[in-house]
Design a protein around this ligand. Structure first.
Ligand SMILES: Cc1ncc(COP(=O)(O)O)c(C=O)c1O
Length: 463
């Protein structure tokens, strides 16, 4: 495909991108991704790059799957769209039946949305609806964590906890509370991981008691804090948080927008990886492997039967979207699941993730790499000034970007997050492709280290 890169870059300057720096609007020269295949993308100048972040943690089955194209096209031909208000369509119903074969416990109902933010928002609105219906109008407070990312709708953004995303915005502050992130790498010096876990679980209980259990409706948590830097909580953390929630009649919303559909080697991570069955799960991204937008909220039978107890008094859940259960998106999701099952991608991730994390772990030899962590096929390389002090590089706004720029020249896209580089490649990645990814990343970090040394911004540790 022939693309006039300069023209597209110029036209693109009319697009306000997510997380755009408005001051740079009109002056960007973005890499144009023009084509893609397997774990690779091709820019408009014909350079091939490994898709390190799988788009945005989403192209799980990899790029260029003809079957997905056919499934979407076939559905468009047969029936492109019809209203989900009161009417049903075949793929949305079939998909619900397929999905609940994989959901944990009694999470046997699905509410379709258009993506992750609308899934989180709908989950939170459901919780409000639930408590209003049960005659508990004060039980509305939500507890979240620092470093969380739950989306860009007002309520989902209010539950997000990334400090640097708080500039120039307003948020719901009365009824949303944030706990410190359970990041074992940042635990106080001398504290064991076990004691750190105890402390983080106690944070939740203390916050519930401080706000008042009769006021706290839900705890929302990503199984692995993804955009906050792939923070894997200490063993037992989620299960113990669920126990605390149960003790105080607080609902547990597991935000699996990133972790569901294979990223951790299972369709859902809550039970299979973390041994707990939440009350609500939100999902998106990997549900269609990003081929078309779709999100989902899984709600437990228990919650829905609570709403049936009071002699079925009229209760209309007035929440939904024109594109809830979009037939084309649901047809794509059905095909996506079929591919994941047929190719046993869950098994593949379970087998290869140890190699992925071990190879990336070797990067801790580099002096500016403080910590490499991850789970399944998601990992984070965190850069620091000094491995001892663990201080993020003073160029922390830029160091990830600098590494990404070097890596792109070498053939790899990195997801830069301040002083961190996130890797979450398509799940089909092979061992030799992991080697290719790690070798480029190593070189990209080494080149960046050399730049900051030359610029006098960093100096090597004494021998
Ligand atoms: C855990 C989590 N929840 C919610 C969202 C929001 O999803 P979307 O961007 O599809 O609205 C994201 C997006 O990255 C996410 O990582």
């Amino acid at each position: 495909m022939l693309v006039n890169t300069k023209q597209v870059q110029s036209d693109d300057n009319r697009v306000v991108h997510p997380w755009d720096n408005i001051q740079r609007l009109g002056h960007n020269k973005r890499t144009i991704i023009a084509q893609s295949d397997g774990i690779y993308v091709h820019d408009s100048d014909g350079n091939r790059l490994i898709d390190g972040p799988a788009g945005m943690w989403c192209v799980n089955i990899g790029h260029g799957r003809e079957e997905m194209v056919d499934a979407a096209a076939e559905q468009m031909r047969r029936m492109p769209y019809y209203s989900p208000w009161g009417l049903a369509n075949v793929p949305a119903a079939e998909l619900a039946a397929r999905l609940v074969e994989h959901t944990p416990g009694d999470l046997n109902h699905v509410f379709y949305t258009t993506g992750g933010s609308t899934a989180v928002d709908s989950a939170l609105r459901f919780v409000m609806f639930y408590n209003n219906y049960l005659g508990r109008p004060d039980k509305k407070h939500v507890i979240s964590r620092e470093k969380a990312y739950h989306g860009s709708t007002y309520l989902a953004a209010s539950c997000s906890g990334k400090e640097r995303d708080k500039n120039y915005f307003d948020f719901e502050q009365q009824r949303v509370h944030h706990l410190p992130a359970p990041n074992p790498y940042r635990r106080p010096a001398g504290m064991s991981v076990q004691a750190f876990c105890d402390e983080k679980v106690a944070d939740l209980e203390n916050k519930i008691l401080e706000v008042g259990p009769e006021q706290v409706a839900a705890f929302i948590a990503e199984p692995v804090l993804a955009s906050g830097g792939v923070i894997v909580p200490p063993p037992g953390y989620h299960y113990r948080c669920l126990e605390v929630c149960r003790r105080y009649d607080v609902l547990y919303i597991a935000d699996e927008v990133v972790t569901a559909f294979g990223r951790l080697g299972h369709f859902f991570a809550s039970e299979d990886v973390f041994g707990m069955v939440p009350d609500i799960i939100t999902a998106a991204k990997g549900i269609t492997s990003g081929y078309v937008p779709l999100g989902a909220v899984f709600i437990s039978d228990r919650l829905l039967s609570d709403l049936n107890l009071e002699a079925r008094k009229a209760a209309v859940f007035s929440n939904g979207f024109t594109y809830s259960g979009h037939p084309v998106a649901c047809a794509a999701a059905l095909k996506n699941i079929e591919i994941m099952e047929r190719e046993d991608l869950m098994q593949h991730v379970q087998e290869i993730s140890g190699y992925f994390l071990a190879r990336l772990g070797e990067l801790e030899e580099i002096p500016i790499v403080g910590n490499v962590r991850g789970a399944g096929l998601m990992a984070c390389v965190e850069c620091v000034i000094s491995q001892d002090s663990k201080d993020p590089l003073s160029l922390d706004y830029e160091i990830g970007d600098r590494i990404d720029r070097h890596c792109q020249r070498l053939g790899l896209i990195v997801r830069p997050l301040i002083n961190m580089c996130v890797m979450s490649p398509p799940l089909i990645i092979s061992r030799s492709q992991i080697d290719e990814l790690v070798n480029i990343l190593r070189q990209g970090i080494a080149n960046t280290m050399e730049d900051v040394r030359r610029e006098g911004l960093w100096s090597p540790p004494p021998e």
